[in-house]
Design a protein around this ligand. Structure first.
Ligand SMILES: Cc1cc2nc3c(=O)[nH]c(=O)nc-3n(C[C@H](O)[C@H](O)[C@H](O)COP(=O)(O)OP(=O)(O)OC[C@H]3O[C@@H](n4cnc5c(N)ncnc54)[C@H](O)[C@@H]3O)c2cc1C
Length: 401
């Protein structure tokens, strides 16, 4: 099949890699100047949120703001990532050592609320496990000053910058063609419109993240859900702290905000992230910097001498319910709304979408979406399905009940 992809962010790169290695002829369009990490700073043009993400693969911790569909997709993706990374041909840092939830003594009430919620929502075997101080010291000797700790044993992390670069390179090696510096103005079933003209395909994937929203001046606004896409500002800070030996992502449960530290190779630690209802891409604010770094220092005092080497702001593509959606019709597939879970769920979302490629032919899809199967497997509970597929496609979002 001849396939056009609008957007070379996380989803675009993963789709290009999977489709090209499955033997399809793939072309990808993106306004970014090239496949490499953007030079960030004031005035930088919008670029993929995939670059900015901390790369936590945290199905249980994310249950605080997500639902069982995201959880199920996350668990499946945790199983898929190792094979994807192994097929990329270059090293990409990927670990599955669990993650920690931490709280200071005065914040026990707020922390308990989160832990109780996760215990209620997570299937058995995935609930937070309480750690005493000796167990915490054994796992993370550089963490100090916290009174409460819980282990989420099944969680992981991926180095997003390495993975973004490796996916583009491997997709290109498998035959995908990249059209860098080319924004998609419009698209519809089987067609991608750019300033250079109209390109025709058997199937078009719209994975433009926040760029999928039609411009206010668009005379033929996109139908479907894309007009509802919004960006949610997130700010992160990269520290260089070669003397600090964190083994896994840690999150501080604080009454006012969530702060996480994600260790990366080379002695780096990503501290994140704010979550602000704004599409402002300007540099990180003083307030976010103070809150994030004060929280990080309060649980890892050794960070006092860390160097701040990089800060970054980007927008998470989100839909009104903050849940992902896949919309399929003949010749057109739209995926969006990955919000704060893109790296957590993208492999499973792509796997399920490509299993259901019938919409790419001229016939309406006859095979039902298979997301609920994942939920059954993850919960071990065949009766517990909260899903109402729409008439024409698959909706990974939960329905209000
Ligand atoms: C601060 C921060 C921290 C995060 N941390 C995590 C985390 O720890 N774990 C996790 O799972 N997720 C995390 N995320 C979320 C994750 O990054 C996103 O969910 C994911 O990147 C969404 O993937 P996407 O492909 O839909 O969009 P993107 O990665 O944003 O890609 C969209 C692409 O579309 C392109 N595009 C835009 N307009 C056009 C156009 N007109 N024509 C063609 N192309 C266009 C863009 O240039 C871009 O390349 C985080 C995000 C942020 C901002």
């Amino acid at each position: 099949m001849h396939i056009g992809i609008a957007g070379a962010g996380l989803l675009g790169r993963l789709l290009a890699f999977e489709l090209a290695r499955a033997g399809h002829s793939v072309e990808v369009f993106d306004p970014a100047p090239g496949p490499q990490a953007p030079a960030s700073g004031p005035g930088t043009a919008p670029y993929a949120a995939g670059w900015t993400a901390a790369g936590m693969l945290s199905p249980t911790a994310e249950l605080e703001s997500a639902d069982e569909h995201v959880f199920a997709l996350g668990l499946r993706s945790l199983d898929l990532w190792p094979a994807i990374v192994a097929a990329l041909g270059v090293p990409v840092e990927l670990h599955r050592r669990g993650s920690l939830l931490l709280a200071h003594r005065g914040d026990e009430g707020a922390a308990r609320r989160v832990v109780d919620l996760l215990q209620h929502k997570a299937p058995s075997g995935h609930a937070p496990q309480h750690l005493d101080s000796a167990a915490l010291r054994g796992l993370e000797p550089d963490v100090h000053g916290v009174a409460h700790a819980w282990l989420l044993p099944h969680e992981g992390q991926i180095h997003t910058v390495q993975a973004m670069a490796a996916l583009a390179q491997a997709a290109g090696a498998a035959g995908a063609r990249w059209h860098w510096g080319v924004a998609v103005n419009r698209l519809q079933a089987g067609e991608i419109h750019t300033p250079q003209g109209v390109s025709r395909f058997d199937c078009v994937f719209d994975v433009r993240g926040t760029g999928a929203r039609p411009a206010p001046t668009d005379v033929a606004p996109n139908e479907g859900f894309t007009p509802q896409v919004r960006g949610v500002r997130g700010e992160i800070i990269w520290l260089h702290a070669p003397g600090v030996a964190l083994q896994r992502p840690v999150r501080l449960l604080h009454p006012r905000h969530r702060v996480y530290l994600v260790p990366r190779e080379g002695g780096h630690i990503v501290v994140g992230a704010s979550e602000i209802e704004s599409e402002d891409r300007s540099p990180i604010s003083l307030r976010s910097t103070v809150e994030l770094l004060a929280a990080a220092h309060s649980i890892v005092p050794e960070l006092a001498e860390a160097r701040i080497v990089h800060t970054e702001t980007n927008l998470r593509p989100a839909l009104p319910d903050n849940l992902p959606r896949v919309e399929q019709r003949p010749g057109l597939v739209r995926i969006n709304g990955l919000f704060r879970h893109g790296w957590l769920i993208a492999p499973a979302l792509v796997e399920q979408t490509l299993k259901n490629m019938a919409p790419c032919s001229v016939m309406e899809s006859s095979s039902p979406p298979v997301i609920p199967d994942l939920i059954r497997e993850s919960r071990g509970d065949p009766g517990h399905i909260n899903h109402r597929p729409g008439p024409r496609g698959m909706d990974c979002g939960s329905s209000p009940q």
